[in-house]
Design a binder for this molecule. Structure first.
Ligand SMILES: CC(C)(COP(=O)(O)OP(=O)(O)OC[C@H]1O[C@@H](n2cnc3c(N)ncnc32)[C@H](O)[C@@H]1OP(=O)(O)O)[C@@H](O)C(=O)NCCC(=O)NCCSC(=O)C[C@](C)(O)C(=O)O
Ligand SMILES: [Mg+2]
Length: 356
């Protein structure tokens, strides 16, 4: 382990200085596309106007015989597209695959100045991040990049979950972590074959009334991912990086998708993946705080003055801690509103109404 004194030193001569803080840019949806798929690639310029993050996926869901086409496709799409304020990310192949070295060499050399974040799949521990960290520094120095690339880890192995805190703090490049429920389920030998979401068999049941074990007992489906998401959120918050839900594979079930996204939002995640265009508006809705909640948060902040003491608002006690909760919501709303005039208007109108 490096000394804390060296943590922010570049890992190669000529590499840019690591960032001291992870930028809190809107990233409500990380929209996945396969750069080797012509139909999807054709939609990229339009999608860039709608999403916070576009991610060119090179790993799973890209066929082995399309890996090079995906890598080269991402280079040419990137060179010919104006992404505006939308971030461009990529997911490279796993570190044990035959493709990852060429992924990194090609992408950093050809489009390193346009890429914001490199998502690394199947991260097992800090050692995987250290490997990528040094290699990126070497490639950045060679390409003459002035801005360091950031790294995002997918939490999708049992050992990754066991080591999530050290992964989150492994490098100043660490931007965030996403849940990878499909690989994680396989790695843990869970018995669900779904990509994210719940399972009707994972439930609790109310007690029996008398001797009748069968009738009148309500069951409640539980969230299979609660433990992992909560752990991931704590690890990220502890290290000043950003947590995300991952994929929701039942594209048709937009209702359960919204529920899963909202659970993650309420637990502390800043965004999610979108695998299909139909999921983009769901993510925008869920990961932008509700105007009523923003109005309430602003009202509490205004009433709390310097943020100390206790006041009563609408029958509810507010104090130093609750004003901090409100600041989380208000600051997120301000950051999103700065980029989204419609949202800014909705927040201001709701606030005016609440303060009237
Ligand atoms: C599910 C699929 C096959 C359905 O694709 P489809 O073509 O059958 O669907 P469709 O409803 O017929 O599509 C309608 C239109 O939307 C287009 N389209 C469809 N999707 C997209 C997209 N993402 N971006 C842009 N355009 C898209 C599609 O090309 C079509 O265009 P058209 O109207 O011109 O014919 C398709 O949406 C897809 O391949 N999505 C991406 C899948 C992906 O990236 N998977 C990997 C991430 S999840 C993962 O890896 C797990 C994890 C974390 O690792 C772990 O838990 O372990
Ligand atoms: Mg996976």
């Amino acid at each position: 382990m490096r000394s804390p004194k060296d943590f922010f030193a570049p890992l190669a001569v000529g590499a840019p200085d690591p960032v001291r803080e992870i930028p809190a840019l809107p990233s409500r949806m990380i929209h996945f596309f396969d750069p080797s798929n012509e139909k999807m690639a054709a939609k990229v310029p339009d999608l860039a106007k709608k999403v916070d993050v576009l991610l060119g996926n090179l790993e799973d869901a890209v066929r082995a015989d399309r890996k090079e086409a995906a890598r080269n496709g991402l280079v040419s799409i990137t060179k010919s597209t104006d992404f505006g304020a939308t971030q461009l990310w990529t997911r490279i192949n796993s570190l044990d695959s035959p493709w990852v070295l060429d992924d990194l060499i090609t992408l950093v050399t050809e489009i390193g100045d346009k890429l914001d974040v490199i998502m690394v799949p199947k991260v097992e521990g800090a050692q995987d991040i250290h490997y990528v960290d040094r290699l990126l520094a070497q490639l950045e120095a060679r390409a003459g990049l002035r801005r360091p690339l950031l790294v995002h880890a997918i939490l999708e192995t049992a050992s990754g979950v066991a080591n999530v805190e050290e992964i989150a703090g492994a490098s100043p490049r660490m931007q965030g972590i996403s849940l990878g429920p499909a690989d994680l389920a396989a790695s843990r030998r869970m018995k669900t074959t779904r990509v994210g979401g719940g399972h009707p068999g994972y439930l609790v049941r109310t007690d029996p009334v008398g001797d009748d074990l069968e009738t009148g007992r309500t069951t409640y489906q539980q969230d299979l991912w609660h433990y992992t998401v909560a752990r991931m959120v704590d690890a990220c918050a502890m290290h000043g990086i950003l947590p995300y839900y991952g994929p929701f594979g039942d594209i048709r079930d937009v209702v359960a998708c919204e529920d899963q996204f909202r659970n993650a939002f309420l637990l502390g995640c800043v965004g999610t993946w979108t695998l299909h265009p139909v999921q983009i508006d769901i993510a925008r809705k869920v990961f932008s705080p509700d105007p009523k909640d923003v109005a309430w948060a602003r009202r509490v902040i205004a009433a709390m003055g310097d943020g100390t003491g206790a006041v009563m608002i609408d029958g509810k006690m507010q104090d130093d801690a609750s004003v901090k909760q409100c600041r989380v919501v208000a600051e997120l709303a301000d950051a999103l509103a700065a980029r989204d005039p419609e949202l800014a208007k909705a927040y201001d109108e709701a606030t005016k109404e609440a303060l009237a």
